[in-house]
Design a protein around this ligand. Structure first.
Ligand code: PEP
Ligand code: CO
Length: 449
């Protein structure tokens, strides 16, 4: 266990992107209640995830981390969770079939409610109000009452995360993830499209393999992995009062674990070496992601990695690279080379979303699918040239048929954005774009093999 660390030691450091709660006694009462709430995950599962991630360091696994930019209280429905789960499973099958390695399924789900914002103030028609910071903190409606941070929202987020996690567990272990039902994962609105038929062809090949294996005596009764899967949850460790309330000592190992998610990540805006978020994450045993954007100072990043992972444990650190389609070829190779030279064990994961956000002519915040593909292609190309394994992908997507990102085989245009633009924060890939991207990544994984 780390010296001088405790779940509240972050309070001695500068904590960026935290709300100011006016009513401190209400905040303290909420924290006291949260400390008694049951964990969402068990430390043994976190250790299992770390073991799976360790394989993504040296080419024996691939990480698929995907889900909402921001979950919301309004967009909470079992069908949404089911559809997102189905698309993640489809993507995992596509990637696994191509690469021949197991895919680690990690949802940006069941707790992804707090957001760092580029400005603390939003200005609309001359009226200024505090920005929306995610449903865990305040409301999206543009009025003074809704924008006031309310601690009670942390409890509501926990409750929603708990029921989301409950359903995900039921899907993952209750037969929904059974490979013999792979045909049924295709969503109705994707079925008729090119991606839908590509997926159908793949599903047919998988069914043939399963039939053959069954003839050899291997089937979902004899092998657990054919009928169920591990499905993990993650979110950004941003709102520190929430995160510390869900940080507990595991009775088996005596170590500290955050029990609100299997994996947590530190955002690009809060990864300062001497900041509160790095301090907090340095004491918990969960795998930790670190976002790496264009402004990253390489020597500081190296110190952050060493602070969080002093033992250089495999599967502990995931570097989530988000440089942007235009900058990745210039900015990324020096980082990759240096960390390789230092022999720091990390999973290299590509986030082609966060540095490719732009404002469309219509005024919507969007991402151009072509740029997303381009960053992914560059990422794999750079890894190939340097002979370092590209171990994962980090995406904002949903199983809903939304129109938030421009392009893809559905040819979503700027004009289409307004028809089904539902995100509470950043634009997400819809089911069809997600599957299209999975096939593209699969083609790169095949080349590497
Ligand atoms: C996010 O992942 O939603 C996010 C805010 O990313 P970043 O910290 O990379 O900007
Ligand atoms: Co986002």
């Amino acid at each position: 266990m780390k010296h001088n660390w405790n779940p509240l030691s972050w309070k001695n450091k500068k904590a960026l992107h935290q709300p100011i709660y006016e009513d401190l006694s209400k905040l303290n009462k909420v924290i006291a209640r949260m400390k008694k709430l049951p964990p969402l995950v068990f430390a043994g599962e976190v250790r299992e995830l770390k073991c799976e991630l360790s394989k993504c360091v040296d080419g024996k696994g691939f990480l698929l981390q995907a889900g909402d930019c921001a979950e919301s209280f309004a967009e909470f429905h079992p069908n949404y969770i089911r559809n997102t789960f189905r698309v993640i499973m489809q993507m995992a099958v596509i990637l696994s079939f191509a690469s021949g390695v197991p895919v680690v399924k990690l949802g940006r789900l069941a707790g992804q409610f707090a957001k760092p914002r580029s400005s603390p103030i939003e200005n609309k028609d001359g009226i200024e109000l505090p920005s929306y910071l995610g449903d865990m903190i305040n409301g999206i409606e543009f009025n003074e009452f809704s924008r006031k941070p309310d601690p009670e929202r942390m409890i509501q987020s926990y409750n929603q995360a708990a029921s989301t996690q409950n359903l995900l567990r039921a899907f993952a272990y209750g037969g929904y993830a059974d490979l013999s039902t792979v045909q049924n994962w295709n969503l109705d609105f994707v079925k008729k499209s090119k991606q839908g038929s590509n997926f159908k062809n793949l599903a047919n090949r998988i069914s043939e393999c399963l039939n053959f294996m069954n003839a050899c005596g291997v089937n979902n009764h004899s092998v657990r992995q054919l009928s169920e899967t591990n499905f993990y949850i993650s979110h950004e460790a941003l709102l520190l009062p929430y995160e510390s309330a869900f940080t507990r000592v595991d009775s088996t190992s005596g170590d500290w674990y955050n029990v609100g998610a299997h994996m947590l990540w530190i955002g690009d805006r809060t990864r300062q070496l001497n900041g509160a978020h790095v301090e907090f994450c340095s004491g918990i045993s969960n795998p930790i992601g670190i976002k790496v954007g264009p402004k990253t100072d390489l020597s500081e990043l190296i110190e952050v990695i060493k602070k969080i992972n002093p033992q250089n444990e495999k599967g502990k650190i995931i570097l989530i690279i988000r440089m942007g389609a235009k900058s990745i070829e210039k900015l990324y190779p020096p980082i990759l080379k240096k960390i390789k030279k230092l022999k720091l064990n990390v999973v290299w994961s590509c986030d082609p979303m966060h540095a490719n956000t732009e404002k469309a002519k219509s005024g919507f915040k969007t991402r151009i699918f072509r740029n997303i593909l381009s960053e992914v292609k560059s990422f794999f190309k750079i890894h190939n040239i340097l002979g370092i394994y590209a171990g994962g992908i980090h995406l904002e997507m949903t199983g809903q048929n939304v129109t938030e990102c421009i392009g893809g085989l559905q040819k979503i245009s700027d004009k289409d954005l307004s028809s089904r633009y539902h995100t509470h924060c950043d634009p997400r890939l819809n089911a069809s774009q997600s599957i299209e991207l999975a096939f593209l990544i699969a083609s790169h994984l095949k080349k590497i093999k």
